[in-house]
Ligand binder design. Sequence first.
Ligand SMILES: Nc1ncnc2c1ncn2[C@@H]1O[C@H](COP(=O)(O)OP(=O)(O)OP(=O)(O)O)[C@@H](O)[C@H]1O
Ligand SMILES: [Mg+2]
Length: 629
Amino acid sequence: MTDTLTQIVMGTHRAGAGATASTYRRLWREYMRPHAPLFALAIGLMLVVAATTTYTTLLLGPAIENMFPGETSSGMSRLVPGLDRVAPGAGGGEASFAAILWIAGLAAISFLILAAATWGHIVLVVNIGERIVAEMQSRLYAHIVQFDLARLGSIHSGRLTSSFLNDTNVVRRSVSTAVTEIFKNGVTAASLILVLFLTNWQIALIATIVLPLLVGVLRQLGKRLRKLTRNRLVEAGTMTSIMMESLDGIRIVKAYGQEGREIARMDVAIRRRQRLEARAQRVQQIIGPVTEALSSLTVPAIIVYGGWLAMNDALTAGELVVAIAAAMRAYPPLKSLSRMQLVLTEGMTAAQRVFAILDEPPSIVEAPGARAIETVRGEIVFDKVSFAYADGTPALRNLSLRVAPGQKAALVGPSGAGKTTVLNLIPRFYEASEGRVLIDGVDVRELSFASLRSHLALVTQESFLFDDTISANIAYGKEGASTAEVLEAARNAHAEDFIRALPDGFDTRVGEHGMRLSGGQRQRIAIARAMVRGAPILLLDEATSALDTESERAVQTALARLMEGRTSLVIAHRLSTVMDADVIFVMQDGRVVEEGRHAELLSRGGLYARLFHTQFAGGAQTPPVPSEA
Ligand SMILES: Nc1ncnc2c1ncn2[C@@H]1O[C@H](COP(=O)(O)OP(=O)(O)OP(=O)(O)O)[C@@H](O)[C@H]1O
Ligand SMILES: [Mg+2]
């Protein structure tokens, strides 16, 4: 359980050096290759950018040679198409204003093409990035929602939320800008360097001699940045967790006057992230000055050496200008290339976190060839079931019980006895470590999730509602539930009256977690949701605990009607609500210690009798007469 995923999300995991390369390959294979046509288009535009950049640089050669004729011709005028038609004899040692105008016109057109291609390229690249992040978020969300409860319980939901929102965006920025910028600047720099080599290879050598140095610096910076990025993303997760937790528990925070403590807790995380961010920026931005410094060494060297060559007639003025211009124009793409390398590192670090979540196999899976059962009679059997939660404390010990089809069975017992755990094992929220859970004699592990869960209706101990309308919350129980069904369920759950009294009736939005309703109202909506499902097996965990006696009695009557012909497993602390059960299982320490009907258990004088007498001691409540079941 405490494994790579938890380590990566918590930042205690150290990925090996090979991880970045394999992450990059995977990103390409799964997320970028599907957009290969768009990438091809982007690369095409990028080639246009590189070509026009190079061409506009090259045009300086013929321009100079036509301004200052008389030099030995370098043949650079051949680069200008149509020049001999516009200005016959241009480049042949004669000054020609027509040639200069023609070259200037070509330069203007090239620059316009360059601008248009740059715009198209950026738009495309941003688009690809958005598609990639969308795909990644879809997969991530689907995977997280399908995690089992044990897995979800081991990582704070804030950390998963942060990965979903934050990590994916770091990946996007990295992929969309870095990848294509790297191509664009790589091609531009390469072609300018090629121009240098074609102009004069000695000058080219001087200009490129510093490149290996740059690569070495980048390696070192990348290593530092990887670690900083990892910690930054972990800190973002911490911040999200704190935010979610303090807002979820805002009433407790306020009631206990702990706003200051929460603010301080968040401040620590914010400051830590800020420091990491600042350090990462220092690392990333150092690459600009480094390339600047390198170019400050090479450009003067080219001037000196090129000047010396020119003075000895080994280089024309046009060639010298082109060489210097090419060297100077090659540096910004080289600079950006280096910075993008670091942005890429950042993205791969974030992608590793995303992949760690995506690679986490569900621990509870459908068996190969899991089957569906169409109709269920509703027999529930626990056969020597043992179970422990992740921390290892046993919650169920060798527990056996049987609920016959159509029976109303009750689980009672002290808090922590394992009642909720029994209910958790039926829909396979958790997996029994030993023994079997059977429905109609079929091991739940042999059934498909969809089939198994379609036969169950669950009301949990905490009634959870979605931030939606009341009718949507009730209709959640059954796909395509009609208005009439929702209404009937609400009526049976004794909820119709209070719903009608609300300003928007069934269309009232209940707020986050159903905050705008009272506890008892929430519980009745939850019951209505289970009623609408119409499943043959009902699992009710303290379903009526938040209701006043009168409502409870009314809901009990409705539930009794609902339970007719269905199997129900009901947990109740208030024993008055289960006195009429067909069978009562009394649990203690993960075991069934007594079982039978109310009267039998009472006369046995064991745990049940004790619980019963404690509840009705002192005449605070009169034990109600069990109704005829
Ligand atoms: N998600 C969990 N992770 C770890 N331990 C858990 C978890 N849920 C419950 N437990 C432990 O398992 C034991 C049984 O819990 P369970 O919720 O089944 O009790 P219960 O009988 O429903 O109690 P109550 O009447 O208070 O609801 C308890 O000791 C509890 O601490
Ligand atoms: Mg419980």
